[in-house]
Design a protein around this ligand. Structure first.
Ligand code: TRP
Length: 460
């Protein structure tokens, strides 16, 4: 019994457009900025292995569940959850899951935008030839000059939020599809170029060993939680972004194939970024655990020493900004779709309201890198001893809210929805693949998420 519902916000032109948009959402700062720095902080290989395992066993099945719910409900996550809970005779409280997603999206975007602002700033720093011939020290001081100045960070954060609001106001479809189609492949090519540079850096093997040789003594329980949280973060799962994109997916597209395609591309980009960055880290005697500034303190060295580095550097940061942009819009789309549906706002007004709120919360992150850099609000808890407000926001959203949201999405799709509903919506028959998916989301994913949580708290 396929539902006859149509989304009032329109639909992607075809399956390919959804893949592009979902890839645009998935591939972003998470792959190029966050993955290398958390892999560096958590000891490399073993962390990467757990992350890859989480993508395969938890990420892909939950992505399918999220798209499936979205396409069936065809509304903002809040209203989708409300409608489906009603149809499936589940508790009406399920719509709170949609709310949690809206709040999570705001919080993530608030710091995401600040980091995207760094990438924007680096477009100009790279383009002006500032990196030419620089040593590691020079690159480091360029980075500190940027983040030490609250006004600078604020200005770039503001510009990025305005860029995001403009696209969201115009509607996710127009313009976006084309931008992703062209820019994603280009970003990929530039990453290959950087890996090529890293190859000749003299420490390529050391870099690869760090990334791919698991040393489990380096991995902590908290590290496992961070790896799992990142699987959600990098695939944009757990807060309704993929759900809302799924709500614009045409009926005849295969949810399984599209989810796998998106996850593979996303993972490939992250691994390439790691392969570009760690050889540079080791070749220049830098610290893999340098933290959130890692790519901004390593890649400029590469650009500063290659022919045409000013041009390629600028291009790289432009593409990074685009990747962040196409992710940012998906973080705020659930909220905007809801405001249009329930508050009767125009898209423009909804985008400005949501954007302004996010911008305000973003100030917390702006100040975390300078005037409040010594403020460690949860210092009494050992794992958070060194955490700034930004670190805590990131931890709360990526490592707690997203896995919890994803867990509930899995529970809803596998335990609350009738079997017929998911068979019907996934449209891949009732054979081996459907059954494997169902076993994964029914048992494996929820249990895995709970175990990782309990392990991180120290209970098991
Ligand atoms: N996946 C994006 C990245 O890796 C970030 C992102 C976009 C996201 N939408 C999301 C993260 C929704 C969590 C939930 O950069």
């Amino acid at each position: 019994m396929p539902t006859e519902r149509k989304s009032i916000h329109g639909q992607w032109s075809n399956r390919f457009a959804f893949i592009l948009a979902a890839t645009g959402s998935a591939v972003g700062l998470g792959n190029i900025w966050k993955f290398p720095y958390i892999a560096g902080e958590n000891g490399g290989g073993a962390f990467v292995l757990v992350y890859l395992l989480c993508i395969a066993v938890i990420g892909i099945p939950i992505m399918m569940a999220e798209v499936l719910i979205g396409r069936r409900g065809r509304q903002s996550p809040i209203n989708t959850m409300r409608t489906l809970a009603y149809e499936e005779n589940a508790s009406r409280h399920w719509h709170l899951l949609g709310w949690a997603g809206v709040v999570g999206g705001f919080l993530i975007l608030s710091y995401y935008s600040v980091i995207a602002g760094w990438a924007l700033a680096y477009v100009f720093r790279a383009g002006s030839g500032l990196f030419t011939g620089l040593t590691a020290d020079g690159v480091q001081s360029i980075f500190s000059n940027l983040v030490d100045e609250p006004e600078r960070l604020l200005a770039w954060h503001t510009i990025f939020m305005v860029m995001t609001m403009i696209i969201v106001a115009r509607g996710v479809r127009s313009g976006l599809e084309r931008a992703v189609r062209l820019l994603m492949p280009l970003l990929f090519v530039l990453l290959l170029l950087l890996v090529g540079y890293a190859w000749n850096s003299g420490a390529f093997h050391q870099g690869l060993d760090f990334l791919f040789q698991p040393d489990f003594s380096e991995l902590t329980a908290n590290g496992v939680l961070i790896a799992m949280g990142h699987a959600f973060f990098t695939l944009s799962l757990g807060m309704g972004a993929i759900m809302v994109y799924g709500s614009y997916l045409p009926d005849n597209a295969s949810i399984a194939k599209t989810s796998i395609a998106v996850s593979l591309m996303d993972t490939l980009v992250a691994l390439l970024a790691g392969m570009a960055i760690f050889p540079i880290v080791f070749a220049n005697g830098l610290e893999p655990g340098a933290g959130p500034g890692l790519i901004f303190q390593t890649l400029p060295i590469a650009f500063g020493h290659m022919d045409g580095g000013a041009f390629f550097g600028m291009l790289f940061f432009v593409l990074l900004v685009f990747a962040a942009w196409t992710s940012a819009i998906s973080l705020i789309e659930p909220a905007v779709a809801w405001m249009v549906e329930n508050l009767g706002m125009t898209r423009i007004f909804a985008s400005v309201t949501a954007g302004f709120t996010t911008w305000l919360v973003g100030l917390l992150t702006v100040f975390s890198f300078n005037i409040w850099s010594d403020l460690k609000p949860l210092a009494m808890i050992p794992v958070f001893a060194e955490s700034t407000i930004f670190d805590l926001l990131d931890y709360l959203t990526a490592n707690i809210m997203l896995p919890l949201g994803g867990l509930l999405i899995a529970v809803f799709a596998a335990w609350q929805m009738k079997r017929e509903s998911s068979v019907d919506e996934l449209a891949m028959g009732d054979g081996f693949f459907y059954r494997s998916w169902r076993i994964l989301v029914r048992y494996i994913t929820p249990v895995a998420v709970v175990i990782v949580f309990l392990n991180a708290i120290g209970i098991i």
